[in-house]
Design a protein. Structure first.
Length: 275
């Protein structure tokens, strides 16, 4: 009888110890399986960081995706308007990438008003009607349009590539009317990019001089995109420049081709020193 009683005590003790160990293991297991739910602020910050990375990727893609070409030929309807002047003409343009741009401007009745050749440091102007030729540095063109244009900027502007995208330092972004608006800080301009609904192309670029004292802005609207070499090529551009004066330029590309022999070249008459 004593043996049975002692055995019963031993069994009870073992069971109690076992149950105690089971409870401890369960507590640890419960602690390991508890999901830590972040607070609202942490969730909001994570969402903000994720969206910022996404926007940076979109902007980087727009800035770096440029039409790769060797040559371009285009027939462009141009409208040019200032406070004191208004002109419409057809421009025949040929570009040798990174080398030179040939432009022939034809006014009413197909009369050639001016031929221009632009390279990396100069602009040559030939006026057939007056039999006169001028040579200027690129600063001459910069003075005309009040924008610090380099040769590369002019080439990008004609091709339809984004200009002054020297930085993707994002200041802010938001979605309005289903379009992404992104503000960037560049070296010369604060840029506002407005993208299409699918974020595949640039539809508007607004430039504001970082030096507010200069009161210099430029607004470019891109439309009627055509797929060229898997890149969205805008056939229409409307450019509005506000500085010391206001200039509006409209470009409507009627015909174009890439990587074919230059079509609208001409011989550049000899001139004297640059002006």
């Amino acid at each position: 009888m004593r043996i049975i009683k002692n055995s019963l005590y031993l069994i009870l003790i073992l069971l109690s110890v076992a149950c105690s160990n089971v409870k401890k293991v369960q507590v640890i297991q419960d602690a390991l399986t508890v999901k830590v739910v972040p607070d609202a602020a942490a969730l909001a910050e994570k969402a903000r960081q994720d969206s910022l990375l996404m926007v940076k990727g979109i902007v980087r893609n727009i800035a770096n995706t440029k039409i790769d070409f060797k040559t371009m030929n285009a027939k462009v309807k141009m409208d040019y308007e200032t406070i004191n002047d208004k002109k419409s003409f057809i421009a025949n343009i040929s570009i040798q990438k990174d080398s030179g741009i040939f432009i022939t401007m034809r006014f009413d009745l197909g009369i050639i008003g001016v031929k221009a050749f632009i390279n990396k440091d100069s602009i040559f102007l030939n006026f057939p009607q007056d039999k006169k030729t001028e040579r200027h540095s690129l600063s001459y063109l910069q003075e005309l349009v009040k924008i610090p244009l380099s040769y590369q900027t002019i080439e990008d502007l004609v091709i339809g590539n984004p200009i002054f995208m020297d930085s993707i330092d994002i200041i802010s972004y938001k979605v309005m009317n289903e379009r992404l608006h992104v503000s960037l800080m560049g070296k010369l301009f604060k840029n506002l990019m407005i993208l299409s609904e699918d974020n595949s192309k640039l539809v508007e670029l607004k430039l504001d001089d970082v030096d507010a004292a200069k009161h210099r802005t430029c607004d470019i609207i891109y439309s009627e995109h055509s797929l060229v070499k898997n890149i969205q090529f805008p056939l229409n551009r409307n450019i509005s420049i506000n500085a010391q004066t206001k200039i509006d330029i409209g470009m409507e590309i009627k015909e174009f081709n890439f990587d074919e022999p230059l079509k609208y070249t001409f011989t550049i008459p000899k001139t004297g020193k640059r002006k």
